[in-house]
Write a protein that binds this ligand. Structure first.
Ligand SMILES: C[S@@+](CC[C@H](N)C(=O)[O-])C[C@H]1O[C@@H](n2cnc3c(N)ncnc32)[C@H](O)[C@@H]1O
Length: 491
């Protein structure tokens, strides 16, 4: 841990007033959180002809035009072998996000990130009600972290929970029920049951699904293959360790392959029909930031310039790169219904640039460019796939903008949300909501497949044994928590 930088950064964070953030720590466990000192100040274009328009940040009102001309534009891929965070470069927003999260040396997923594992499954038939479950979960969360601290204390440990972990094995069994039913309806006995899971965290979903299939349908189990595609070397190792941990789990060894690679580096053609799981993975995919000129309604693409001192300066460019431009085109062509725009409803648009509003530019919207590229990978290499993806449809405490990310870190077990994605790389989780209406249309356009979107609750009602997660008073946290989560399925 590079502690002088870290200490200075967190001292600054803690000087500022508290606000609430609940994401990825169970609601009952949320702690006092703080806002960040950096504020967006409105961009002032030098002239209408300028292609680059930069945004000053409060504490560093520095003109970056010279640097902008001099510094090279770099991508996350080009920075992969660098051990030091880059300086004197500029990056598009999606590239900065990817570098910040996935750089093998300083990226968020490369070091402090840990996914909570509750140990023994919760016995809901012995839990009085939802508040009692909250308390119990909080207790297990603290115990889990106390144990980690005994082995290796880490004030900057990033600990989150996922649906898979909290409701294990019931959530995994629900997904397994969906997979086996659909397999038997459409593929059995002509094909094997091949499951790809992208981004498998602790490997808990894999174990829960394989246990379930083995215990409920041994014939199908014998024809099941489970392949994980995991970007993080640390998590890929943990998945293998958990697979080999017990006699029971070791029994699945021959069915499992763990491939430590980013999905964006995939280059193998898979002709067989397969199911493709993506559970809470889309939210970390890099997005591009786009704002609009309120007079002309033309888009501009955002990025960040990192100066010689390592300070961040946000900029916008009137020329879109091919990936962002393609997303906007595909979205427009594919949309089956109107989608939200930071320009607001058509009828009111003229007002934005007039006094008293007088804004030259809208707030940014964040567009899921990497997600579109993931659909390209599915289309190109997994032509016979069926996708099952689950993610957040909305998020509280996001940075300003449409479809904007939550950017937060954890320090001494407190969650600290900040107000910009352009913060010290590697210390902040950056995760985005998914607009399932838009994404469903983009997926259909790219892959030519038909789809269905369901809320988490609808999916659970259809496929879960809901009595497994019912508390004694009849409440059911697996159904009613995660109201902001939806599923996208290929049909
Ligand atoms: C929030 S965790 C979710 C883990 C697990 N699916 C669950 O629900 O418990 C996100 C996972 O996706 C992985 N991941 C993120 N981007 C990826 C990529 N481009 N290719 C493969 N795995 C990725 C992360 O390393 C991590 O395992």
């Amino acid at each position: 841990m590079d502690s002088p930088v870290l200490n200075q950064m967190f001292r600054q964070l803690f000087r500022h007033p508290a606000c609430q953030s609940l994401r990825r720590s169970p609601p009952s466990l949320s702690r006092q959180t703080r806002t960040f000192l950096t504020r967006r100040t409105p961009a002032k274009p030098k002239s209408q002809d300028d292609a680059m328009l930069w945004t000053k940040r409060g504490d560093y009102p520095k003109n970056i035009e010279e640097e902008y001309k001099l510094y090279p534009t770099v991508t996350a891929k080009e920075l992969q072998n660098r051990r030091e965070r880059p300086r004197q470069v500029k990056m598009l927003t999606r590239e900065f996000t990817d570098d910040s999260l996935y750089n093998p040396h300083y990226g968020y997923f490369s070091k402090h990130a840990t996914i909570f594992h509750p140990g023994e499954p919760f016995d809901f038939s012995r839990i009085e009600d939802e508040p009692a479950f909250h308390r119990l979960l909080g207790q297990r969360y603290t115990e889990f972290e106390d144990l980690l601290d005994e082995v290796k204390p880490d004030v900057a440990r990033q600990l989150w929970h996922t649906l898979t972990e909290i409701f294990r094995p019931y959530y995994g069994e629900t997904i397994a029920r969906y997979l086996v039913s659909n397999y038997k309806l459409t593929l059995y006995p002509y094909h094997d049951l091949i499951i790809y899971e992208m981004g498998a965290g602790n490997g808990t979903m894999m174990l829960n699904i394989l246990d379930f299939i083995r215990d409920t349908d041994y014939e199908v189990y014998q024809r099941t293959k489970y392949k994980i595609i995991e970007i993080s070397p640390a998590l890929a190792d943990l998945q293998m360790k958990n697979l080999l941990d017990t006699l029971n789990s070791k029994g699945h060894r021959d069915r499992v392959e763990i491939i430590n690679r980013s999905i964006f580096e995939w280059d193998t053609y898979v002709h067989s029909p397969c199911f493709f799981l993506a559970l809470e993975v889309f939210d970390n995919f890099g997005h591009d930031s786009i704002r609009y000129d309120t007079k002309t309604e033309l888009p501009q693409q955002g990025g960040v310039l990192i100066d010689a001192d390592g300070e961040f300066h946000e900029f916008y460019h009137t020329q879109l790169d091919p990936v962002a431009a393609r997303f906007l085109r595909v979205r427009q062509a594919a949309a089956r219904r109107p989608y939200p725009s930071p320009l607001g409803p058509r009828l009111l648009r003229g007002l934005r640039s007039m006094p008293p509003f007088g804004n030259d530019y809208t707030l940014p919207e964040y567009i899921p460019t990497r997600l579109m590229q993931f659909f390209d990978v599915l289309n190109q290499y997994f032509p016979a796939h069926r996708l099952l993806a689950s993610d957040f449809s909305s998020l509280p405490d996001a940075v300003p903008g449409l479809n904007a990310p939550v950017v937060q870190t954890r320090y001494q077990r407190q969650t600290i949300p900040v107000s910009t994605p352009f913060v010290h790389q590697g210390y902040f989780d950056i995760f985005y909501p998914t607009d399932f209406n838009v994404v469903e249309d983009v997926y259909r356009a790219v892959t030519g497949k038909l789809t269905q979107v369901a809320t988490h609750e609808e999916f659970m009602n259809r496929w879960a044994y809901i009595e497994d997660t019912e508390t004694r008073n009849g409440e059911n946290p697996m159904l009613t928590w995660y109201k902001n989560t939806s599923m996208l399925m290929t049909v």
